[in-house]
Design a protein around this ligand. Sequence first.
Ligand code: GLA
Length: 428
Amino acid sequence: MSESAETAMLPAWDAVEGAERARELFATTFGGEAEGVWSAPGRVNIVGEHTDYNGGLALPIALPHRTYVAVARRSDRRLRLVSSAADGVAEVDLDAVGPVGTAGEVTGWPSYVAGVAWALEQEGLASGLPGLDVAVVSCVPTGSGLSSSAALSCSVAVAWDELAGLGLAGPADDPSDAGRADLVTACVRAENEIAGAPTGGMDQAAALRAREGDALLLDCRDGSVEHVPLDLAEAALELLVVDTRAEHSHAGGEYGQRRATCEAAAKVLGVPDLRTVAEAHVHSQDTLDHVLPRLADDEQRKRVRHVVTEIDRVEYVVARLRDSSRAPLHGATLENIAWALDASHNSLRDDYEVSCRELDLAVDAARGSWAHAARMTGGGFGGSAIALVDTRHLDEVTAAVAKAFADADLRAPAFLRAVAAAPAGRTA
Ligand code: GLA
């Protein structure tokens, strides 16, 4: 493969292409026409990693890469599901769905769809939802730490919301998005309890509550959000995503272990969550030097240090982005943001220990080239990294990362351009 082919950007489909592909799969699989097409984005997190399940802060954006579902209601309570990424048609009886480990367990990707109906009903947000025929297509790379699973559950959630008249997903720019926050809660429960992935909620919030042109400052303690303008183009900057194509899986034990260690540490410290420590750290000078010695072991100390400093970094980056809404992102402001992103990666690598060889390689190669900063994004153990790059140096950075992977005999990475895109909603 030529270098330019290797470093080609993975394109995002536009709404027309996504809707056409979904409708076509629906028609060839089920016959007849779908009632509509709904879609939801993947996400990248700018900073604030492994903070969501600690009641902390995160700063994701929605990607232009989306999952599209063509959907029609059925007169019974069955689901028939087809995906361009899987063989065959899966069938699920909504009345039989139950949590992981019970007789109603649903395995594989259909659990992300069935789980949404189950959770909407458990939350009292819906009752007696209709069964659906659903055709799924997506340009969110799967298994890349870009939340393809949340894109699936959230696209189905907005479809059910409209088809069953729940009225939760108001317009994306509605200042009170309480209904969308309810959908987030349902999608998180679907993923935790039916799909068995102990994720923290950032991905679903990004897919349902982010806004085009803005980063989403998410307060995971009370679920409040602030939309922070992020105009990288104005500053001739790009947010480059490197999909390392190293396998990662959240249902795997490492993510759950990190979560458990944080919960155990909070218990030792006698606080409801590690956010509380971060607040003391910032506001009352109750420093880490005072808190860390009280913890049980070095593992807890490292994990807590990451979470507390990472929450600080989110506040720090957001403060600088707010400044940059008055002046373009350059000079000291850009340098400060870059410093925080680099520090985030180093902390995830050294203290949280969720990076891996491929992520470190992508980050080091991008930093060693022209990137202002680079860090892993998402849960880690594989998946994707991001780099903040001047537009004029984009090709050099992608080439440097591709070369580093080739020199290390690794599979060629894929690249995406991230711009802050729109949340889940009806597409056609
Ligand atoms: C995964 C999870 C999120 C979050 C990130 C780490 O993406 O799904 O809830 O915990 O990891 O920030």
